[in-house]
Design a protein around this ligand. Sequence first.
Ligand SMILES: Cc1cc2nc3c(=O)[nH]c(=O)nc-3n(C[C@H](O)[C@H](O)[C@H](O)COP(=O)(O)OP(=O)(O)OC[C@H]3O[C@@H](n4cnc5c(N)ncnc54)[C@H](O)[C@@H]3O)c2cc1C
Length: 391
Amino acid sequence: MNTTPVTIVGAGLGGLTLARVLHVHGIPATVYEADASPAARTQGGQLDIHPGSGQLALAAAGLTEAFRAIIHEGADAARILDQDGELLLNIPGDDGETRPEVLRGDLRGILLDSLPEDTVRWGAKVTGVRSLGDGRHEVSFADGSTVVSALLVGADGAWSRVRPLVSDARPTYTGKTFIETYLHDVDQRHPATARLVGPGAMYALTPGKGITAHREASGVLHTYVQLARSAEWVAELGLPGTAAGNGAGSGADRDGAIGTARIAAEFEGWAPELLALITGTETAPVARMIHTLPDGHRWDRVPGVTLIGDAAHLMPPSGDGANLAMLDGAELAGAIAAHSDDAEKALAVYEEAMFPRSASFFVDAHEIVDLVIGESAPHGLIDFFGEAAQE
Ligand SMILES: Cc1cc2nc3c(=O)[nH]c(=O)nc-3n(C[C@H](O)[C@H](O)[C@H](O)COP(=O)(O)OP(=O)(O)OC[C@H]3O[C@@H](n4cnc5c(N)ncnc54)[C@H](O)[C@@H]3O)c2cc1C
């Protein structure tokens, strides 16, 4: 049986930031990740890295320069359209000065490159955890092996295996699903749609449904089709993702043709350039059923274990989740370094700051998702962007 220093479950942005900032402070950590390799899964879309959270974490990680080098210029522009494709609001970008955007995979890459070899153990799927007393935990893996942790951190996302050690809370479905599609080589193959989306983010919204697309590096349009629908309705689409909530599962409609047609039917009468974001997809659409933990999720201190990121505070996507996961990782590492002889003090200091912070972001997340897909769409979001521009 192995014993590890700081044991982190999950090599998402939260777990990797934690490992990196610990490394900066000279504290070794091991990250156990279920994926078989860094390339096992596409890493999702572009992230807007915020000054007060993600950028602070990257500074603590000593990676500001590496981060600046991967910013996708122009991607911070945004526009809101109606369903006919008429422009309602246009916000030009400022070359990433205010809202720098990067690909999640690139960001994960600079974090991975900054860690000593063997920090991440790939193909290590945690199947269970149990307390051994005195703050120690036994972590079990799918291959039958185990490790004992002195300090265990659950950075394993929405469906955390570590969370049950501290809390009985389970994610619940919000009634909203984002369906992900991709168009490639868009200037050649879908020029009218590429022009309509523009260089950054495009929101075409009506109450209860919308199409949000983002232009990514190398001529890719990455779309989230947003629908307020029951879990049963989504399950009937049979798409990948419908079996396992926010993560990718395996639906019956593997190439997505039936699902694509049903989703497109929801947008009948919309501008053809917008519809092409659904019907032109070159990958089977993936349903991301949006789940949330209870607002302000928190727990009483449990010796030797804590959570960061979505494991701690899964909330509807409002552009903050990855940023908060990174900030949690950086702050927890800072607390462990500052109280290196007292792990309990370190975990208490971290949780004391994290709980109220995430509670306030839960409120914002509900508000923002409501602006995008609720009854006030699209005018609520137009007002929101207008107010943000004046701040
Ligand atoms: C549709 C959508 C759009 C979003 N857009 C944005 C955005 O624009 N900006 C933003 O900031 N946030 C966004 N988010 C939120 C963001 O994706 C999450 O908040 C963020 O990824 C959380 O990071 P994390 O490290 O906590 O968890 P994750 O990214 O979920 O990483 C968890 C890791 O743990 C691993 N793991 C899971 N279970 C196990 C196990 N049993 N054993 C071992 N390893 C395991 C997983 O494979 C994964 O690598 C979006 C979310 C969704 C659903």
